[in-house]
Design a protein around this ligand. Structure first.
Ligand SMILES: [Ca+2]
Ligand SMILES: [Ca+2]
Ligand SMILES: [Ca+2]
Ligand SMILES: [Ca+2]
Length: 249
C-alpha cells in the first residue's frame, strides 16, 4: 500500500547553498503544496494587474476616458487664442468615465463693435472704427464738417461718428464757410451793401465793401493819380483841377 504523502524531489528549490553533499533533500507534499499555493497566488495577482491594464487600454482605444470626479482645463477654440482678448479656458469634469461638457470657456466669436477683442486675434473690434477715435462728418465741408468721435452702436453692429449735424446757412463775413460749399466768405457782402464811402477826398471817396479776413472793409475804387482837368479831384487832396493837365485826347 502506497504512503499517503509521497516524497518528491525539489533539487533546485531546496538545495542548501552550503551543503557539502550534492544529494537533494526531500520535502513532504504538504510543504510543496504551500509553496505551490504561494506561486499560484502570485500568478493570480500578476494576472489581475494585466487584466486591469488591458481593460484600461481597451477603454482608451474605445474613445476618451477619464477617472470619474477628475476636473481639468478645457478649450475648443483655435490654438493660440485661449487667454487672448475675450477668450478663456473652461473646466470639464469626468463623470461615469466620460468627460462632461467644457463649461465656462469663451471661444473666438465674430468681432463686434464693443471695445473687446471677441475673435481673439489680438486686434480689438476688427472692421470697425476704434471707439473714441476722432472723426469728422463724412462728405461735409465748411462749418458742416463737424468733429466728433467714433461710437459703437447700441447693438454693437456698427461704428458711427457722433459729429453733430450742422445745416448750411447764408454766407456771412466771418472767416467761415457758412453755406458749406468749400469757399469761405464768398459773396459775403450783400448787393445792397456793396457800395461805400472811404471818407477820403476826391475820387478816393468811392469804395466797395469787401470781406477781408472775416471783416467787411470799404476798399476805395480808385487810387489817387495825377490831377487832370476833368472836374474831379484826381489826386485826392480835396482840390479839384488845381494845376491840372489837359486830359488825354
Ligand atoms: Ca469687438
Ligand atoms: Ca461758402
Ligand atoms: Ca462766411
Ligand atoms: Ca481833376
Amino acid at each position: 500500500m502506497r504512503a499517503r504523502y509521497q516524497p518528491v524531489y525539489l533539487p533546485a528549490m531546496v538545495a542548501r547553498p552550503d551543503a557539502s553533499s550534492a544529494a537533494p533533500r526531500l520535502l513532504s507534499i504538504s510543504v510543496l503544496g504551500a509553496v505551490l499555493a504561494g506561486m499560484v497566488g502570485g500568478a493570480c495577482a500578476t494576472s489581475d494587474q494585466m487584466l486591469e491594464k488591458q481593460r484600461r487600454n481597451d477603454e482608451l482605444e474605445e474613445g476618451p476616458s477619464c477617472y470619474s470626479g477628475v476636473s481639468e482645463d478645457c478649450y475648443t477654440g483655435a490654438d493660440g487664442t485661449a487667454g487672448r482678448g475675450a477668450c478663456r479656458l473652461g473646466q470639464r469634469t469626468c463623470e461615469n468615465g466620460a468627460w462632461g461638457e467644457c463649461s465656462g470657456q469663451v471661444v473666438p466669436s465674430q468681432d463686434l463693435c464693443n471695445n473687446i477683442d471677441d475673435d481673439c486675434d489680438g486686434v480689438v473690434d476688427n472692421g470697425f472704427e476704434r471707439e473714441g477715435a476722432l472723426c469728422f462728418r463724412q462728405g461735409a465741408e465748411g462749418v458742416c464738417r463737424t468733429q466728433g468721435r467714433w461710437r459703437c452702436s447700441d447693438d454693437a453692429s456698427s461704428s458711427t461718428c457722433d459729429a453733430p449735424i450742422v445745416e448750411p446757412t447764408a454766407e456771412t463775413c466771418n472767416g467761415l464757410d457758412d453755406d458749406c460749399d468749400g469757399q469761405t466768405d464768398e459773396d459775403a457782402v450783400s448787393a445792397d451793401r456793396i457800395t461805400c464811402t472811404t471818407g477820403k477826398a476826391g475820387v478816393c471817396l468811392a469804395g466797395t465793401n469787401k470781406c477781408v479776413q472775416g471783416k467787411v472793409r470799404c476798399i476805395q475804387d480808385v487810387q489817387p493819380g495825377a490831377e487832370i482837368c476833368n472836374g474831379l479831384d484826381d489826386d485826392c487832396d480835396n482840390e479839384i483841377d488845381e494845376e491840372c493837365a489837359a486830359p488825354p485826347s
